[in-house]
Ligand binder design. Structure first.
Ligand code: ADP
Ligand code: MG
Length: 729
């Protein structure tokens, strides 16, 4: 077979940008056209059914079966009018991908074909789910799981070349009621958050009766030509390159960031944005990222459940649309060594029914007190549950970012900016232990009243913090680009909820002891500010000094996934999730197992691909070139050349032999290490063995293979090189 790399290169070089024709230049003309949104519902549902859905969305009111029948009927009408023949429950199992099981509306009734969709079919489906991860919750005898409609996220239509499907967002649970997906726990956490936050808001504003979290997800990704992607088994199978010498020109010139977008990429972006708009995903920005062939898109923030669904949908959509443009979207956190990785910044805040952003300072001391309350409680929550937050973003692929000196480190710290740091410091000093005098109260009020104007010129930007306050929201930057961010958001909202509940208890108890409300609040906030000081860090998060400093402060820095996951099943976390009624012990332990197992499998697959590529692709190429060198030396000897004429060739022959034999030996040792790891019964032991005994071989084997890449004739090298992969034409 001819060299796949060169055939791929030829194809990639010949590509032309595809023409894309959005339905209209005005996005508002077609935005949400494929969503069963309020407009569509009003048109297609009877009044009482519409009201029932709205009550479910706004207040979590259950929809009864008669209503569900009416909703199903309207939904089917709408979907059929748009050309759908099938429907599916759309859910987010713990594989990290979205899942679908399509059913047709078509039914036989009295020997006649009809189109039918019942409330039952809308509300519940039983996918043959025994092959989704369940962490031992579902043994084969109870293999059934079911999906249940989530009316708070609207149904939508997925278009493909060969048809349209109505997708109904659902949760996924086992027959015995345990959650088996990402969405169900998030919904539970949001429900608890609403209750806890409203109670706290009531101290300040009686009109606030509902609080919901908001989320804006910045999604980073790489693009690579499909032909080149397919020519690299490592990219194809593991999502990242396991080999490849760094290119002569990487990102050192920093000329890619915000640079002009290549034509072919522009077409792709326009195309997937158009599809996203039809699905009601409010994409707002697009630009080049730091690394070559790296890009980012971000929507306008939305209610968090919807934002999470939209991000999951977007990842899927990007992948589908990219195929039309002969691109592969790489969502992996670290597709290329030595080149910046990708993250998924989660911009998070809290909003109320009155339209107030609780993390945005107001114009009066009272509203600023409310701001400070949520601000300080969030800090306190992150401080208290830093390990759990770290665990919430742990994965084999994200370890490449968190452990390395590029993305935020695995140490959870919070950046506030100079002005807010000062305000917290002042509060700490100004709120006395004893009762406050009138003067002290006035001074404090003035101080608190000052916040908004100060924040306006808060231009502090710290890109090295995993959790940064950015004026009116927190930005959780350590989330991995390929993650379903539901998990991180479920944890964040849970720890904040727990914190708000504790806050309420403490304030109430001080008030019972006779303190005025304001004084009680300030006193508790002051105490939190003092207690959680260690988690605040304004300096360079990438530096080695910070690692030392963090250790001194007692902050943990768990660089790899297997042990970081312990935080899920710590006493503290078990209690937290049980108190909030989000997970039982059994569910948490099952999840923990799944995550450990996923980790081991990922490393196992990488190790296999690595061994295969090294032994069956790279070594043969090196040996072939060595043979050419050897026959060259042989000919030169034969015609009587002196040794010094072919000294270099001899040296190269030697070098090749050394690299080849090291690779061969190390692959053998790696296989042995894998066998040992596989024998371990306990999932945690196994994951640790994969992490500590198998993974270290990757760097060694790669080092020697990359050296060979620099020696062997370019024409004989089997794998597309970095310079070919990262430059998008
Ligand atoms: P920056 O570029 O400074 O990080 P942007 O204004 O571009 O900030 O916002 C980044 C993301 O944060 C966007 O998705 C935006 O919609 C989102 N965002 C803005 N305000 C909020 C908020 N109150 N809650 C959640 N996300 C928000
Ligand atoms: Mg940002």
């Amino acid at each position: 077979m001819s060299n796949l790399r060169f055939r791929a290169l030829e194809l990639a070089l010949d590509r032309e940008p595809m023409r894309v024709n959005p339905p209209s230049v005005k996005i508002s003309d077609f935005f949400g056209n494929n969503v069963f949104n309020q407009d569509a519902m009003q048109k297609h549902l009877p009044r009482e059914a519409y009201k029932a859905v709205m009550a479910a969305i706004d207040h979590g009111v259950q929809i009864d079966r008669t209503m569900a029948d009416l909703v199903a009927l309207g939904m089917k009408d709408w979907a059929s009018s748009k050309g759908c023949s099938h429907y599916t429950h759309w859910f987010q199992p713990l594989t990290g991908l979205t899942a679908e099981k399509h059913d047709s509306f078509f039914e036989m009734s009295d020997g006649k074909a009809i189109e039918h969709f019942s409330g039952n079919a809308l509300a519940q489906q039983e996918p043959d789910a025994s092959s989704f991860p369940s962490g031992g919750i579902r043994n084969t005898f109870e293999a059934r799981g079911y999906t249940a409609w989530d009316p708070s996220s609207p149904a939508f239509i997925m278009e493909s070349n060969s048809g349209k499907t109505l997708c109904i967002p659902t949760i996924f649970v086992s027959y015995t009621g345990e959650t088996l997906d990402y969405k169900a726990p998030l919904l539970k956490a949001l429900h608890e958050l609403d209750k806890a936050a409203v109670e706290v808001c009531q101290y300040f504003d009686k009109d606030i009766t509902k609080v919901f979290a908001t989320l804006g997800v910045e999604q980073e990704y790489f693009l690579v030509d499909t032909a080149l992607h397919n020519s690299r088994p490592d990219l194809l199978i593991t999502g990242r390159t396991l080999f490849g010498h760094s290119p002569a020109k990487g990102q050192q010139l920093e000329d890619h960031y915000f640079g002009s977008i290549p034509e072919r990429v522009y077409s792709f972006m326009l195309d997937f944005e158009t599809e996203a708009y039809k699905l009601g995903i409010p994409l707002k920005t697009r630009h080049n990222e730091v690394a070559p062939s790296q890009f980012e898109c971000a929507p306008v923030f939305e209610e968090i459940n919807l934002a999470v669904d939209h991000n999951a949908l977007l990842m899927d959509l990007m992948d589908k649309v990219a195929r039309r443009h002969h691109f592969k979207v790489l969502l992996h956190e670290k597709p290329y060594a030595g080149i910046n990785g990708s993250g998924k910044h989660n911009n998070w805040s809290l909003s109320t029914n009155t339209g107030k952003n609780l993390l945005s300072p107001g114009s009066t001391p009272k509203s600023n007190m409310m701001f400070l309350t949520f601000f300080v409680n969030t800090i306190r929550a992150v401080f208290e549950h830093a390990d759990l937050l770290r665990a919430s973003i742990a994965s084999a692929s994200n370890d490449h970012r968190l452990g390395a000196n590029e993305a935020p480190p695995a140490i959870m710290s919070i950046f506030l900016g100079r002005q807010l740091t000062n305000i917290l410091n002042e509060l700490e000093e100004m709120v006395p232990e004893k009762k406050m005098t009138a003067d002290e109260k006035t001074a404090l009020k003035l101080n608190i009243g000052k916040i908004p104007e100060i924040l306006l010129d808060n231009t502090d930007r710290n890109r090295t913090s995993p959790f940064a306050f950015t004026g009116n929201k927190f930005e959780f930057r350590a989330v991995g680009s390929s993650a379903n961010c539901s998990n991180a958001m479920m944890v964040l909202n849970s720890i904040v909820t727990n914190q708000l509940k504790n806050f309420k208890k403490e304030v109430d108890s001080l008030m019972e002891k006779g303190l005025k409300k304001d004084e009680a609040i300030l006193k508790v906030l002051r105490q939190y500010i003092v207690e959680s000081k260690a988690v605040r860090f304004e300096g360079n998060g990438y530096s080695d000094e910070w690692k030392k400093e963090a250790a001194k402060r007692g902050l943990s820095n768990i660089e790899t996934t297997p042990t970081s996951l312990d935080a899920y099943v710590s006493k503290k976390s078990l209690k937290l999730f049980e108190d909030l009624d989000i997970f039982s012990h059994r569910e948490l332990e099952a999840r923990h197992e799944i995550m450990l197992e996923t980790y081991s499998k990922k490393i196992q697959i990488e190790a296999r691909v690595m061994g295969d590529l090294a032994v069956n692709h790279i070594i043969p190429a090196a040996l072939k070139y060595q043979t050419i060198l050897a026959s060259n030396v042989e000919s030169l000897t034969r015609i009587g050349m002196k040794q010094d004429v072919y000294a270099v060739q001899v040296e190269m022959l030697q070098e090749i032999s050394e690299h080849v034999s090291t690779i061969k030996i190390k692959v053998g040792e790696m296989i042995e290490a894998r066998k040992k790891a596989n024998k371990l019964e306990n999932q945690r032991d196994k994951a640790i063995a994969y992490c500590e005994k198998v993974k270290p071989f990757f760097d060694i084997i790669r080092y020697h293979a990359d050296k060979l890449e620099m020696i062997v004739d370019d024409a004989g090298w089997p794998l597309a090189k970095y310079r070919e992969l990262v430059i998008v034409r």
